[in-house]
Design a protein around this ligand. Structure first.
Ligand code: ADP
Ligand code: MG
Length: 375
């Protein structure tokens, strides 16, 4: 449906979007989730052809957004962060105007405008001037204009920002309705919103896609906190010694608890499964386990971790190191190629010299021969 490949957008020295690649499948709701300034609006503006990328491609239903703009844009309806509403038009006038702009056939216009007004519950407001509408209603008009032309994909940039809780619930309901007939991509800086409405979450930080997948998969893949809480019956010394002897355990704190028990907080290496070993060793020393809890992270913990400056800066450093390595490799290859060409030229020059020497020798020989013949 949509294919974004190696998209970058640079403003001066600063990358608003860096090397973003992803694919959007038909019929799902996708959420761009990221803090302010992450690059969500920039990505959406590029995907919809509002601004050009510095590098990379966007293909919509097989059409390049720049080279086949008209075809590509037909597939998309867009509600930008600042909806382009004409304040002095009535709702109906504005939607008629959008239908004309989108080249909806004249015979279909009336029906389509009525339909989108009905779907966004603004039929009663059609005679009102847009400037007199509440923010919630303005947002619905924005949604309605995105739906005109019946595009396959609807892209909504922060559709609930600035709305009150009741309006937010109404817009979310509308998005759920949209899902029945369209592929939807929305952006938000609010995790709960994306988790509630979207099938697929794409976490964006500093212009990079740092994780993507369904909430369930993100939790499965990134949700292990690598900590265990344990209550066992035994002495602090014994339990602590056993726990620390297990391969993969990084640290362990033990405190006395009621009933001759101890409570233990264990942190371990994320690539190890230590529970089997832990249980076996404790029980073999007659220390019985009363409680064992492998802590997991919430989606919020994952989001905060992945969008944390320190984490993204680590990615940036890794990227810079990789780029420097590739540059050095290319330069070495260039140098080697130059050296090989130089060698080839020297060889050819040598061959020429030999040839010249031969020619010279031949000429001398011919002159000598001629001289001899004259004599
Ligand atoms: P988001 O929508 O996730 O809040 P944006 O895409 O609006 O983020 O912005 C991403 C980054 O690009 C920010 O650092 C922002 O300051 C920068 N940026 C966006 N538009 C421009 C512009 N026209 N000129 C310079 N910098 C820009
Ligand atoms: Mg934005």
């Amino acid at each position: 449906m949509i294919k974004v490949s190696n998209l970058s957008k640079k403003y001066g020295d600063h990358y608003a979007v860096k090397n973003l690649s992803f694919e959007i499948e038909k019929g799902k709701v996708y959420g761009f989730l990221g803090p302010n300034g992450a690059g969500k609006s920039t990505t959406m503006n590029i995907m919809t052809g509002y601004i050009a990328a510095s590098a990379g491609d966007v293909e919509i239903d097989g059409h390049d957004i720049l080279k086949e703009a008209e075809e590509a844009k037909k597939c998309i309806g867009y509600l930008p962060e600042m909806p382009p509403l004409y304040q002095d038009m009535t709702v109906k006038e504005y939607l008629d105007f959008v239908a004309e702009l989108k080249k909806v056939a004249k015979t279909d216009r009336k029906k389509q405008v009525e339909e989108v007004m009905k779907k966004t519950f603004i039929t009663d407001m059609q005679g009102r001037l847009i400037k007199n509408l509440s923010k919630g209603y303005k947002q619905r008009v924005g949604l309605a204009q995105a739906m005109i032309g019946n595009p396959d994909v609807i892209i909504l940039d922060e559709p609930t920002v600035g709305l009150d809780p009741k309006q937010i619930i109404e817009i979310r309901e509308l998005i759920r309705e949209l899902k029945k007939e369209h592929t939807v991509i929305l952006s938000s800086h609010i995790l709960s919103e994306v988790a509630e409405v979207c099938d697929e979450i794409m976490i964006i930080a500093k212009g990079r896609l740092v994780a993507s997948g369904s909430a369930e998969n993100l939790l499965k893949e990134l949700g292990s906190s690598n900590t265990i809480e344990l209550t066992a019956k035994g002495s602090k010394k014994e339990v602590s010694e056993i726990v620390k002897s297990i391969d993969g355990v990084k640290s362990c704190t033990v405190d006395n608890a009621a009933g001759g028990c101890v409570e233990c907080f264990i942190s371990y290496d994320d690539k190890k499964e230590i529970r089997d070993d832990l249980c076996k060793k404790l029980v073999s020393k007659n220390i019985f386990i009363y409680r064992l809890l492998n802590n997991s992270k919430s989606l919020e913990d994952i989001f905060l971790e992945l969008t944390d400056d320190a984490y993204v800066e680590k990615i940036e450093r890794e990227e810079a190191a990789k780029e420097a390595e590739e540059k050095a490799k290319k330069e070495a290859e260039k140098k080697a190629k130059k050296a090989s060409i130089a060698e080839q030229i020297i060889d050819e020059m040598k061959d020429d010299e030999d040839e010249n020497e031969k020619t010279d020798a031949k000429t001398t020989l011919e002159i000598e021969t001629d001289k001899k013949e004259e004599e």
